[in-house]
Ligand binder design. Structure first.
Ligand SMILES: Cc1cc2nc3c(=O)[nH]c(=O)nc-3n(C[C@H](O)[C@H](O)[C@H](O)COP(=O)(O)OP(=O)(O)OC[C@H]3O[C@@H](n4cnc5c(N)ncnc54)[C@H](O)[C@@H]3O)c2cc1C
Length: 396
């Protein structure tokens, strides 16, 4: 249990004891939790079998034993609601319930266990206190400014964040609604968004409209920043860099694009697969005119929905309350590399890396950020072409 609590810690990259990113450890946290449930199932079955055999089943309802049974049911329920279809549909419920069960189990197990486990309980409580202290110390209030455009599914959120140049590209922050003196700040989930530092040092988020709304007058808090999965030696090694983004996954790749597009020693290409033509305004807000030669050679856009830009799915229902409405910019599609089709990623990846004479396995990177299927396809193509693949999934 102490290891499992430790693995669930979110340690900001600017803090003392900062480790690599917590997202990379979520799978281990999940598997250790499953192992704990398996072990407690065997433990419960063992005792129930023993009591049935001895004809003393009433032992199961003795106070201390019963608390063990309650903990077991709680653990089992936690693992059940963490199954992908349930977790993804009810993420915030899953998060708060599994956290509450975890905290409650510390008290229940301390009473239930014989011989005592006070040392482990103290370690666990220490880790929980540490997580609260971290969240208290590294949470900041922020002002937000919302930029959006009619019919676009994406919006830009400008925030004020007290971070300096130490943030790495692709790092994220977690945004919440509760102030840090409110207990709910510690018991509910915050929402992760990738931070983009613009050339004018503004902090901006590219946000897909979902249930979690950004409303201008509302107060928000920022917790973080957190390291991304881009390794520390990346800037030093990279020579050929193919960035592939789907929709709001552009936010993960844009920091690298902005950093390297003028760098002549790096062979760079950004592929952006986007459903709606009306989302292209986002690039202009970052000073990227994809018709300009410097960008048009390095950016290729694939629009996968209708050319009229009319939305055809239920995502149109997301409102635009209190947003600053940006004027509609009609892209000049005659000059730029905007395609109205799905990309042939197999061809794009192999052309990019194989047509480059300076290509080596240590200097070639393929960075992907988009839906799970896109990330998996890029992983496969990267392995096929023997390049390093880094990908980030915007879902838990
Ligand atoms: C590391 C990381 C970086 C991200 N960066 C961006 C970004 O730059 N731009 C962007 O538009 N989106 C980003 N996301 C996704 C964004 O956090 C979710 O879309 C948002 O939290 C959805 O909130 P919701 O309440 O509207 O969820 P819902 O619309 O109810 O759920 C949609 C899906 O979002 C996921 N989700 C919901 N809440 C959370 C949460 N607290 N933490 C993680 N996943 C959650 C679940 O998988 C769920 O299936 C990022 C996610 C991660 C993990």
């Amino acid at each position: 249990m102490p290891l499992n609590f430790w693995l669930s810690l979110k340690i900001p990259s600017t803090s003392f004891l900062s480790t690599d990113q917590y997202l990379g450890k979520v799978w281990l946290h999940k598997w250790i939790s499953r192992f704990i449930v398996l072990a407690s199932t065997l433990h419960s079955i063992g005792f129930l079998g023993k009591w049935i055999k001895e004809g003393t089943l009433q032992n199961a309802f003795a106070f201390k034993n019963f608390l063990g049974l309650v903990t077991f049911v709680g653990f089992f329920f936690s693992v059940f609601i963490s199954l992908k279809p349930i977790r993804r549909k009810f993420y915030s419920w899953f998060y708060s319930i599994h956290l509450a069960i975890g905290y409650l189990s510390l008290i229940l197990l301390e009473i239930h266990s014989r011989p005592g486990i006070t040392l482990f309980t103290l370690i666990n409580v220490g880790v929980v206190i540490y997580s609260v202290v971290l969240k208290f110390l590294y949470t900041y209030e922020t002002e937000i400014n919302v930029l959006s455009q009619d019919e676009s599914l994406l919006q830009l959120i400008k925030i004020s964040a007290p971070f300096d140049d130490t943030i790495n590209q692709g790092c994220h922050i977690r945004i919440g609604l509760f102030q840090k003196l409110n207990p709910l700040h510690y018991l509910t989930t915050s929402h992760p968004y990738t931070l983009i530092q613009t050339q004018t040092n503004e902090m901006v988020l590219i946000v897909k409209k979902t249930n979690f709304e950004f409303i201008k007058e509302q107060k928000y808090t920022i917790f973080g920043p957190f390291n991304s999965s881009i390794p520390p030696d990346f800037d030093h090694n990279v020579k050929n860099l193919l960035l592939v983004s789907g929709g709001s996954g552009l936010s993960f790749n844009l920091p690298n694009y902005l950093k390297y597009f003028r760098n002549k020693s790096i062979n760079l290409k950004l592929i952006w697969i986007v459903r709606n033509i009306k989302d292209l305004w986002i690039l202009k807000e970052f000073g990227i005119d994809y018709n300009e030669t410097i960008h048009s050679k390095k950016i290729e856009i694939f629009i996968t929905q209708s050319q009229t830009g009319l939305l055809e799915d239920d995502e149109t229902e997301v409102g635009l309350m209190n947003d600053i409405e940006m004027p509609t910019i009609e892209p000049d599609l005659t000059k730029s590399r905007v395609n109205f089709q799905r990309p042939n990623l197999y061809r794009i990846v192999s052309d990019f890396f194989n047509n480059n004479p300076n290509s080596t396995s240590t200097s070639d990177y393929l960075i992907g950020c988009g839906p799970e299927r896109l990330n998996n396809e890029l992983q496969f193509l990267g392995e096929q072409n023997q390049v390093k693949v880094i990908s980030e999934l915007y879902e838990m």
